[in-house]
Design a protein around this ligand. Structure first.
Ligand SMILES: Nc1ncnc2c1ncn2[C@@H]1O[C@H](COP(=O)(O)OP(=O)(O)OP(=O)(O)O)[C@@H](O)[C@H]1O
Ligand SMILES: Nc1ncnc2c1ncn2[C@@H]1O[C@H](COP(=O)(O)OP(=O)(O)OP(=O)(O)O)[C@@H](O)[C@H]1O
Ligand SMILES: [Mg+2]
Ligand SMILES: [Mg+2]
Lengths: 253, 253
């Protein structure tokens, strides 16, 4: 059975891509087949795994336009059990093109449905927006991971995301649940981080992952080498954070 | 004469809002009348100046719908010479509503044109996307500030932004120039920051601001008190960074 998990937050720079790439790599190395879907026109997950986003190849955009079969677009990466459905900058056009299509919210669900038996996990990296691409991801997912930077603005934006989540549950995907809120880039030396962590734990109770990802420069360096952090510097605190998250998710069964 | 400057970058979390709020406050305290336009549905600039984004008041969204006159929406903030055109979460609807309107790219230009004599500077905070809201900001601006986090993914996204900039210059606003690339959240202890800074300077030459904004926790704390950093902790390195940027921009005349 495949679990499809969207990784979304309209606040920018909170660690969505970093979570997709490194959780994906962690689950892959633990022996689970993982497909990473890059649904962001920035194509950061694609380049974070070492692929040039400018290279012409079938990607999510050509799939949304019905120009390609999904099997031809999936890339087998050099990392254990980790496959990638790449993005490219053309995907920006989908934000407009999808709007007047039939069942526009379910296009991604249709594209991914032939794959649902092939993978244990499908992770979807979303753009920093509550646009039609993110709605497509939420409409086809079983659950949602919300990365949350330990910063004031990030905390502020949560209520908007939760409102959209409720709408999606009501109208498009009744089964969608919160997998968890993941606190990222935490710096235990600052009061701000500690305040945000406390506030999130009070508000979300057991929906907050026990794992908190620390700020760690290796997480910023790894993408420039086209590798998840566990393949770049496995002994780093950043790698440890995402390996802990992997274990926490696997323990839920 | 009013200079309208858009602050944009589709990469999320690079310091767009932080730059608008703190450069706006710097220019205001130096005696220049400034209007800050919050064009992001996240409304971070609105809350960063101490206003509750959920409060019902006329904002950019009602102006784009032609429901309100701009004079009624502008807020005079408690900070010297700094006015705000607030945002609210409804603005997300504009991303779709604007698409089938006449001259949809020039809606913001029309809204702001009666104000052009009242301010020395108009700063426009853009959402993390190259959508119709950001296009509206670019279509009505004299120049563009590109905040760039000293990170790999941020560097990667520049070429996409420059392509859109060229298109806007060609089709919508021939006079649009780059005011400068602003390096943000730099951490001189890490190689990554130094590498990104070097690469950006090589590529953009004199288009890179001499001022580099260091990573400084006070910049993250100030918004939770609803204040620009120069009114929260003036002696901090974050405040110094934005005061230097203010001087650099004023020196250009
Ligand atoms: N825990 C961490 N420690 C240090 N740096 C991090 C950490 N997590 C992410 N980063 C870096 O911070 C930046 C933002 O992270 P990332 O790009 O993953 O966020 P995002 O939410 O996907 O951004 P966007 O909203 O643009 O899609 C990146 O340059 C990344 O390398
Ligand atoms: N120089 C800095 N040092 C430390 N923290 C900073 C700095 N600049 C910005 N921040 C913090 O980093 C986070 C991202 O900055 P900000 O929200 O201004 O970016 P943005 O580009 O406007 O994000 P978005 O793409 O979501 O609009 C915020 O929490 C902010 O307080
Ligand atoms: Mg991302
Ligand atoms: Mg912002």
């Amino acid at each position: 059975l495949t679990r499809t998990i969207a990784v979304a937050n309209q606040k920018g720079g909170v660690g969505k891509t970093t979570t997709c790439v490194n959780l994906g790599a962690g689950l892959g190395r633990a022996g689970y087949r993982v497909l990473l879907v890059d649904l962001d026109p920035q194509a950061n997950a694609t380049s974070g795994l070492g692929y040039n986003k400018r290279e012409t190849r079938p990607g999510v955009y050509s799939l949304l336009r019905g120009e390609e079969r999904v099997e031809r677009a999936v890339i087998k990466t050099p990392f254990f059990n980790l496959h990638l459905l790449p993005s490219n900058p053309d995907l920006t056009a989908s934000e407009i093109e999808l709007l007047d299509q039939e069942e526009r919210e379910y296009r991604l669900r249709k594209i991914l449905s032939p794959l649902r038996g092939d993978y244990a996990y499908i992770l979807i990296d979303c753009p920093p927006s509550l646009n039609i691409l993110t709605i497509n991801a939420l409409a086809c997912s079983d659950s949602l991971i919300i990365p949350l930077q330990c910063e004031y603005y990030a905390l502020e934006g949560l209520s908007q995301l939760l409102e959209v989540l409720d709408l999606v549950k009501e109208r498009l995907n009744a089964g969608l649940e919160i997998e968890g809120v993941l606190l990222t880039m935490s710096d235990s030396r600052t009061n701000l981080s500690l305040q945000v962590i406390e506030e999130v734990k009070n508000h979300f109770q057991d929906k907050v992952f026990k794992t908190i990802i620390p700020r760690n420069i290796r997480l910023g360096e790894a993408p420039s080498f086209g590798k998840p952090v566990i393949y770049y510097e496995e002994k780093s605190t950043g790698a440890a954070g995402y390996l802990n998250l992997t274990d926490e998710i696997l323990a839920r069964g």
